[in-house]
Design a protein around this ligand. Structure first.
Ligand code: PGA
Length: 251
């Protein structure tokens, strides 16, 4: 059965001390509720080990925001999937639109990163989504289909079953412009149909597909009420425990 998940994406925010403080606040808040979803925070590499040491991993999952497309060696400045796993993290965001846009990540590199994440027992939270122009010219479904096919469709059904997808329309990220619940549902249902065609109905039905892009406590419940929206990938609103928990509690 597919999981409901709310995952925070801290991006390049917080110093180490601030990040540990925020993680502790979220961890503390989770002691007082029984969320109807899994809760994950994806944090900067520098924070992973320290945060792993202060959270209850049975209640709060921990992830990185990226990993390298190599295992080790002469790649100055990169952080590999085994390194991420060695901190205690069990998730990794891959293919975020900011990585694709600003750091030139392609489906080819992402395919390698997904493979390395899986080999190291990290659960990829794989991001897909169209830019505004593609939304407006009507190619958005094709664009997202291609992103999934190119990076993920060489996986076995078993490995595909380990992936969490996050649909993040680029025009909605950090802009305050959320996709409507109907726009999200249309895309999520479409994504599920694409998966079903390749891997069958069961794999498609079991896949968690999160929505991301200006998701906040005030709109989360409406988005999460849609049958194909299984939770959210939360940027800005994950940087305060109260607003993040507001979204967690929207389920
Ligand atoms: P946002 O970011 O919630 O700040 O729009 C979401 C994301 O980029 O994952």
């Amino acid at each position: 059965m597919r999981k409901k998940i709310v995952a925070g994406n801290w991006k390049m925010n917080t110093t180490l001390a601030e990040g540990v403080g925020l993680a502790k606040d979220v961890n503390e808040a989770l002691k007082h509720v029984t969320p109807k979803c899994d809760v994950v925070i994806a944090v900067p590499f520098t924070h992973l080990a320290s945060i792993a040491a202060v959270i209850d991993s049975s209640k709060l999952g921990l992830g990185a925001e990226n990993c390298a497309d190599h295992v080790k060696g002469a790649y100055t400045g990169e952080v590999s999937a085994p390194m991420v796993a060695s901190t205690g993290a069990t998730y990794v965001i891959l293919g975020h639109s900011e990585r694709r846009q600003y750091y030139g990540e392609t489906s080819e590199t992402l395919k390698v990163k997904v493979g390395l994440a899986l080999e190291n027992a990290l659960t990829p939270i794989f991001c897909i989504g169209e830019v505004l122009e593609e939304r407006e010219n009507g190619t958005y479904l094709d664009v997202v289909k291609k992103q999934i096919e190119e990076a993920l469709f060489d996986l076995s059904a078993e490995d595909f079953g380990k992936i969490i997808l996050a649909y993040e329309p680029v025009w909605a990220i950090g802009t305050g412009k959320t996709a409507t619940d109907d726009q999200a549902e249309e895309m999520h249902a479409f994504i599920r149909s694409v998966i079903a065609k390749k891997y069958g109905d069961q794999v498609a039905d079991d896949c968690s597909i999160l929505y991301g892009g200006s998701c906040k406590p005030s709109n989360a419940a409406q988005l999460f009420a849609k049958p194909n929206v299984d939770g959210g990938l939360i940027g800005g609103a994950s940087l305060e425990a109260e607003s993040f928990m507001g979204i967690v509690n929207a389920f």
